[in-house]
Design a binder for this molecule. Structure first.
Ligand code: SF4
Length: 298
């Protein structure tokens, strides 16, 4: 069972793609360039040294796929929820490689669960649409796949959700880092890519569109704050629509500095830096955690 105390909604990462390029305001403080540069400096075996970052540590735009890691899930015996990193639907990831990933997921690793998060719903929707026409992929939609869209504000949701909703199968929304208030109930009609093009309109309730919502604030240097009312609003929208809601963390900026027992936050933080930050202040919303994950079986 996935251990969510630290805000993780998956068990293990499945790192198939190194590198990524920004495509959203939420990417402003992305860690992928930093990770690529760290591996570059440390000379991690299997990483192509010097390819992912320039001499100043800036990501240089090269994307590297790792076919040698495709069989990793099969090495685990117990049920595992894998989060696929980085953006599998980045423009530079070849279709052939994505085909290999879904062959693995759909035929060999069918007993594991995969969360596939992207900020590029156009390619994701087009890929799954193409799969539907391929006879060798009878599992599409894949019963063990949850497709996720990451957005950071209303504008991004308005632009990307109509396309994302065309992806078949189970879907979740990841609002990370949350950078503004969001109304998920007003996303407009779903555009469906039917035989005649992007023309068919459906207006369906939120519940039938999205199966879960994950929400979190920004972490790390330069993190932007998240207003508690933005979080409450999305939580309440999920409650009304009966959608599982998982509150990952406040991020670097936490509202209110008292913990469950009324003890000063800063004092506690000095006593138990890492664990306290996440467990007792970092994930509480109105005095409790919100840990609903439909893919986690208790
Ligand atoms: S899509 Fe994700 S991994 Fe890629 S640049 Fe943006 S935040 Fe980083």
């Amino acid at each position: 069972m996935t251990d969510t105390w630290n805000g993780r909604y998956w068990d293990l990462p499945w790192s198939l793609v190194d590198g990524c390029t920004p495509c959203s305001p939420g990417c402003d403080h992305c860690w992928s360039a930093g990770i690529a540069h760290r591996f570059y400096r440390e000379g991690e075996p299997g990483h192509c040294m010097g390819i992912l970052t320039d001499d100043n540590g800036r990501f240089n735009g090269d994307i590297i796929t790792h076919p040698e890691r495709l069989s990793i899930p099969l090495k685990r015996r117990k049920p595992t929820v894998y989060a696929v990193w980085n953006d599998l639907f980045h423009e530079a990831v070849p279709d052939d490689f994505i085909d290999q990933v879904f062959n693995e997921i759909g035929f060999h690793a069918i007993h594991y669960t995969f969360l596939i998060l992207s900020k590029r719903p156009q390619r994701m929707a087009e890929y799954f649409k193409r799969l539907q026409t391929v006879a060798s992929h009878p599992r599409n939609p894949f019963p063990n796949v949850w497709s996720g869209l990451t957005v950071c504000n209303q504008q991004e949701a308005d632009e990307k959700m109509p396309v994302f909703l065309q992806v078949p199968g189970k879907k979740f929304l990841s609002i990370e880092p949350m950078l503004g208030p969001m109304d998920l109930t007003d996303l407009g009609p779903v555009k469906e890519n039917d035989a005649h093009g992007w023309s068919c309109l459906w207006d369906t309730p939120l519940r039938s569109r999205i199966d879960a919502v994950i929400l979190g604030g920004e972490t790390g240097p330069g993190a932007r704050p998240m207003h508690p009312d933005w979080v409450r609003s999305v939580r309440d929208q999920c409650t009304v629509s009966n959608i599982p809601f998982f509150f990952k963390e406040w991020g670097k900026h936490r509202p209110g500095l008292k913990d469950l027992w009324g003890v000063d936050y800063e004092r506690r933080l000095k006593l138990m830096p890492d664990r306290y930050e996440i467990m007792n202040a970092g994930r509480l919303l109105d005095g409790r955690t919100h840990d609903e994950l439909p893919w986690v079986k208790s």
